[in-house]
Every structure is written in C-alpha cells, then in structure tokens.
Design a protein around this ligand. Structure first.
Ligand SMILES: Nc1ncnc2c1ncn2[C@@H]1O[C@H](COP(=O)(O)OP(=O)(O)OP(=O)(O)O)[C@@H](O)[C@H]1O
Ligand SMILES: [Mg+2]
Length: 480
C-alpha cells in the first residue's frame, strides 16, 4: 500500500465512491425526514386551529392537551375595525399558553403575526420559548369574524432531526470505514497474483542467461496463469514469453556450439599440414647450400610464418576447447615456484627489461592446471616485455587474498591504450594491428583472451588497471 501503488489508488477510489454515495443518501434521507416531520407538525397545527373556539363551543378550561399537545399556544380574538377602517384585534383571549410564556407574549404574538392570516404556517421566534411554528386562521362564527393563532414548538421537528443527523453521521462514518477495510482486503487478495508475477519476473531477471545452454527454469505457477482473470492473462503471456526466450537461447546456444566445434575441428585439421610445411621448408633449406640467397630467405620466412601460424592455431584450438569443455588437470600447484621459473625464463629471453619479484616467504598452493597457469603467467610477462620499451621495470608479485592466490604483473611502461582497455580481454584485441605486426610479426591479440578463458575455467578472476607509467594485470586462482 505504498504511495503511488495500484492497490492504494484502488482502495482510495472505492472508499471515496462509497463515501460520496453514502453522504448523498444520508442527506437525501435527512431532507425527506425533515419535510415529513414539518408536514406532520403543520397538519397538527391545522387540526388545532380547526377546533372550535372556547367561546363558541362553550368549553370551559385551558386544555392544551386536547387542543394540540404540550407547548401549544393558542390565542383567539375578534376582529373589529377602527375609526379609519383598519382591522384591529378585539378581546384577544390566550386560551392555551405553555409554561414560560406569558399571556401578554401570546397576545403580542397574535398582533405581530396577524398579517399571516390565511397563509401557510411559518417559523417565528417566541420570546422565552424559542422557535415556534405558527398558523393564523380566520373564520366566521355567528356573524362574527374570529381570528385564531396556534403555535407549536419547532423543537418537535428539530429534536428528532438532530437525533437523525447524529445517527446518519455515525452510520455514514461506519459505512466508509467498512468500505475502506473491505476494499483493502479485496484489493490485496486480488493483486496478490500480480505480486507473485513480479517476484517471478525478478527471479528471471537475476538468472545468468548469458551462460549455459539458455534454460529458463522459472515459470509463473499455473494458478496465476489462468486466462479467466486479467492477471492470469498477464501470467500466461509471461510464460509464453519465457518459452520463446528459452527457445531462442537454446537455438543460439546450439549454433554457438556448432561454430566452436567448427573452429576446434579446423584448428586441429590445420596442425598437421602446417607441421608438414614447416618440416619441408626446413629440410629444403638445410639440405642444399647452393640455394640462391633470396630463395633461402623465402624459405626462412616460410618457416617463421608457419611457426607463427602454428602458434595461432594452437591458441585458437585452446580457446575452442576452453569454450566447449574445459578439461583441466587440477592439482595443488606451487604458484611461488611457478612464478619464479616464469620470470627466470623471461629474464633469459630478454635482458633489456628490469625483472623484479615480490613473492611471499612460504609457498602458496593453488588448485590449478600447472601448464595452463604457466601459460597465463607467461602471457602476462610476454605482454609486459613486448608492449613496453626496453628499460621498463616489470614486477611479478604473489599474495594470498580472500581464499585466492593473487598473481599480479606490473610494469611502468606506456600503458594499454585507452581505446582498447574495455575489450582488452576479448579475442583479437590489439592496440594497432598493423604496428604490432610490423614490430615483431607475432602479435595476434589472443594472449589476454587465453588468460581470461583459462582463469575463468579455474573459477578465478582477472583484472586490469592501466595508465601511462603503471599497468597492472591481476589474476586470482582459488587456493588449494
Ligand atoms: N603490459 C602492457 N602494456 C601495454 N599494452 C599492453 C600490455 N599488455 C597488453 N597490452 C595491449 O593489449 C593488447 C592485447 O594483448 P594480447 O596479449 O591479448 O595480444 P597480443 O599480445 O597483441 O598478441 P598475442 O596473442 O601474441 O599475445 C596488446 O596488443 C597490447 O596493445
Ligand atoms: Mg600477448
């Protein structure tokens, strides 16, 4: 029921609707009741006024009960004419006067209200008795005009009206509250499937779909995918979408597998002819000393290029194998010793760089494939050698870190060019293909891709941090 949620809006709207209807109904009922009560009071006034006057009927006493009920005011009077011909009240007799109202007040009321003669009852304030409903009638009795004022307390309308309004207000409040509580429950239970749907969607969004054969093992429960309800339709559509995604991923995975298999097969098949080319070139060059100089040069080139191609084919084959079924020979490997050897090899191969080591005293054992891990370190050291100028300092370091053996190769060379940094671990990424080729003719851009693939197959992590003057490649392999 958070702000802005559908359930909150639904509950508020339903409650508001019920509130408007209830208030309108209460007001209509109150108005109708008011009119009925007032009509009743007016007809009682009429009855009271129609009773014969005391004088003409000969009744003796002041009997308000008989005449119209408690609180009745009745004043009878004759109507005469004064000298100038205006009607005047003559001998007014207050025949019914309730407690608290004096005869004079009653007579004064008749005098002041005489203008209402023959009109509908009206509400007036009687001093000392509050609001009254009064009726003034005139009739002829025995040749004489008699005027009669009757009044009944208006509280006979207002008191029941007050009670009724209080009741209506309480009832309205109770109805609105009940509507709110009920709407909340109904909305919550109706939207529960939607919440479950959202949970399923969240689950799917957290699936590692980029890996594996593309299975999506999550579906909306059949109960929430019933097309009878709107939410069920969404659930059903969601399941269809997941089926579709799963199919698409499976198809893509299959074609990916085919491509990998093709690359693996092609690399494998290229190995033998390449070895033959190299072998024959070497044989020809060695066998005959009388070869012209340019032919001997060409044969030398054929040898070195077929070497390069063999290395490339080996790399491709290795990557293809790591992609499909990484078959690693995992054993406890002394990483300290391995780095020591790799750096000695590098030092022997290249004296132009400054090689440094930062190794812990005690051996660090990682669960790894010795040859593959050696290849990782050799690739990193080879990069630091080949992509930095002479005199660059290269340091290989090792430490334990959160259950991993962390190997790092740091150099103070010019750094990895910024434009290739985001894709440096991807296949065939090279700073400048043409320059690299001219440089030493053996840069393919597969070295770091192999590093990443081998480390991933070990369940480890790779990282790079490079800026001019400081480049560090980090590899983490789980400890044995
Ligand atoms: N230590 C480094 N300093 C500067 N640039 C580097 C460094 N290591 C890698 N690079 C850059 O990253 C690119 C990719 O390296 P990667 O090892 O994948 O390929 P490569 O060395 O070019 O070829 P190979 O497949 O023979 O290793 C290199 O071409 C180079 O531009
Ligand atoms: Mg390399």
């Amino acid at each position: 029921m958070g702000p802005g949620t559908l359930s909150r809006r639904l509950v508020l709207r339903v409650t508001a609707l019920v509130a408007v209807v209830t208030v309108a109904l209460s007001m209509f009922t109150a108005l109708a009741s008011f009119q009925i009560l007032q009509q009743q009071l007016d007809s009682r006034l009429q009855n009271a006024a129609n009773r014969p006057t005391l004088r003409s009927s000969g009744a003796s006493a002041n009997q308000p009960g008989d005449l119209g009920g408690a609180g009745l005011i009745r004043v009878d009077a004759f109507v005469g004419q004064d000298a100038s011909g205006n009607f005047v009240v003559v001998h007014p007799q207050p025949t019914a006067v309730p407690d608290g109202v004096s005869d004079e007040t009653a007579v004064a009321l008749l005098v002041s209200e005489i203008g209402r003669v023959g009109r509908d009852p009206a509400s007036v304030a009687v001093p000392g008795a509050g609001p009254y409903r009064v009726l003034v009638v005139q009739r002829q009795v025995g040749g004489q005009q008699i005027i009669t004022l009757v009044g009944l307390p208006y509280s006979e309308v207002t008191r029941p009206m007050g009670n009724l309004l209080v009741m209506a207000a309480l009832l309205t409040a109770a109805t609105i509250l009940a509507a709110f509580v009920l709407a909340r429950r109904v909305v919550a239970s109706s939207l529960r499937p939607l919440n479950r749907l959202a949970a399923t969607a969240n689950l799917v969004s957290n699936l590692p779909l980029e890996r594996g054969a593309g299975q999506v093992p999550v579906r909306v429960a059949p109960g929430d995918a019933n097309p009878v309800s709107e939410v069920g339709q969404v659930g059903l559509a969601f399941n269809h979408m997941l089926d579709n995604v799963e199919n698409a991923l499976a198809v893509r995975h299959q074609s990916e597998m085919k491509v990998r298999q093709f690359v693996a097969d092609a690399s494998h098949e290229l190995r033998n002819p390449l070895a033959s080319i190299r072998g024959y070139a070497e044989l020809t060059r060695r066998g005959s000393d009388q070869l012209p100089q340019d032919a001997a040069y060409s044969l030398g080139r054929i040898e070195s290029e077929s070497d390069r191609m063999s290395a490339l084919v080996e790399d491709l084959l290795l990557l293809a194998r790591l992609d499909s079924e990484p078959t690693l020979d995992l054993q406890p490997v002394d990483v300290t010793e391995m780095i020591l050897n790799a750096v000695s090899d590098a030092r022997a191969a290249d004296t132009g760089h400054v090689w440094a080591l930062d190794l812990p005293e005690e051996p660090v054992l990682a669960r790894a494939d010795q040859n593959r891990l050696h290849q990782v370190v050799a690739n990193l050291l080879g990069n630091a050698r080949r992509h930095t100028p002479e005199g660059t300092r290269v340091e290989a370091a090792l430490r334990r870190m959160d259950g991993f053996a962390e190997i790092s190769v740091t150099d103070n060379g010019p750094g990895v060019p910024a434009e290739i940094q985001p894709v440096v671990f991807e296949r065939f990424t090279r700073a400048d293909a043409s320059r690299a080729r001219q440089g030493n003719g053996s840069s393919t851009g597969l070295g770091l891709a192999i590093v990443a693939a081998v480390v991933k197959a070990h369940g480890g992590q790779v990282g790079m941090d490079s800026r001019p003057g400081h480049t560090r490649f980090t590899v983490r392999i789980p400890l044995a």
